[in-house]
Design a protein. Structure first.
Ligand code: ATP
Ligand code: MG
Length: 200
C-alpha cells in the first residue's frame, strides 16, 4: 500500500460527518485505504461516560461495510491504558513500513493538536488532514492554523468537505429527548442503536 489514512474517533455513535470526511480524504489524497480506529479510552473524554468499545466497534463495522476502501482496527481498544494517537501511529508505522501515513481529523480536533502527546514526533511520522466542520469555519481554521509552529503547518493539510452539522453529542442528545436521528447516520447504525437501547 502506497498511502494509508487513519481515521481516529470515539465513534459514539459513528455518523455521516465521519464518513464524509474519510471518503473526502481518500479521494483528495489518493489513499489506498482508510482505517477507522475507534478510541479505547480517549484521554480528553475521561469525564464522560462512553459506550462499550465492543459496541462502538460494532457500529463502526456496520457503517463502513459498503465502502471497499474502508477498514477498521481494534488496536486502540485492545491496548491497555489511555489511547494516545502517537502509540497508534507508531504501531501503523511498524506494520506498514513503506506506506505514507495520513491521520484524518476534523477541524476541531486539529486545533487541539498542541495538547496531544508527543505532538512533534507525531507530526514527523504522519501527515495530518483536517476536514472542515461546521462551527469551525475555514477562515477560523486557517487563522488558528497560522498560529501553529511552521514545522507543524508543513505537515497539516486543510481539506474542504461538504459541511455536515452532525455530531455524536447531538445524536445522543436527540435520542435522550426523543427527537429523530434518521438521515444523520447509516440506517444499519441507527438500527443497532435502537436494538441495543443505546443513549437512553
Ligand atoms: P462527540 O460529539 O462525542 O465529540 P464527534 O461527532 O465530535 O463526537 P468524534 O468521534 O469525536 O465525533 O470525532 C472523530 C473525528 O471526526 C474528529 O477528528 C472529529 O473532528 C471528526 N468529525 C466528527 N464529526 C465531523 C463532521 N460533522 N465533519 C467533519 N469532521 C467530523
Ligand atoms: Mg468530538
Amino acid at each position: 500500500m502506497k498511502s494509508l489514512g487513519i481515521m481516529g474517533g470515539t465513534f459514539d455513535p459513528i455518523h455521516y460527518g465521519h464518513l464524509v470526511a474519510a471518503e473526502g480524504a481518500r479521494h483528495q489524497f489518493n489513499l489506498d485505504k482508510v482505517i477507522f480506529v475507534p478510541s479505547g479510552r480517549p484521554p480528553h473524554k475521561t469525564e464522560n461516560k462512553i459506550s462499550d468499545p465492543s459496541q462502538r466497534l460494532a457500529m463502526t463495522n456496520l457503517a463502513i461495510a459498503s465502502n471497499n476502501y474502508f477498514d477498521i482496527s481494534a488496536i486502540e481498544v485492545e491496548r491497555p491504558g489511555l489511547s494516545y494517537t502517537i502509540d497508534t501511529v507508531l504501531s501503523f508505522r511498524s506494520m506498514y513500513r513503506s506506506s505514507k501515513l495520513y491521520f484524518i481529523t476534523g477541524g476541531d480536533a486539529v486545533l487541539e493538536i498542541l495538547t496531544w502527546k508527543d505532538v512533534g514526533r507525531l507530526i514527523s511520522l504522519c501527515t495530518f488532514i483536517a476536514a472542515t466542520r461546521p462551527g469551525y469555519h475555514l477562515e477560523h481554521l486557517e487563522q488558528a492554523f497560522l498560529e501553529l509552529p511552521a514545522a507543524y503547518r508543513k505537515n497539516i493539510h486543510i481539506m474542504e468537505v461538504p459541511a455536515l452539522a452532525i455530531s455524536s453529542t447531538d445524536i445522543r442528545e436527540r435520542i435522550r429527548t426523543g427527537r429523530p436521528i434518521k438521515y444523520l447516520l447509516p440506517e444499519s447504525v441507527e438500527q443497532y442503536v435502537n436494538k441495543h437501547n443505546l443513549y437512553k
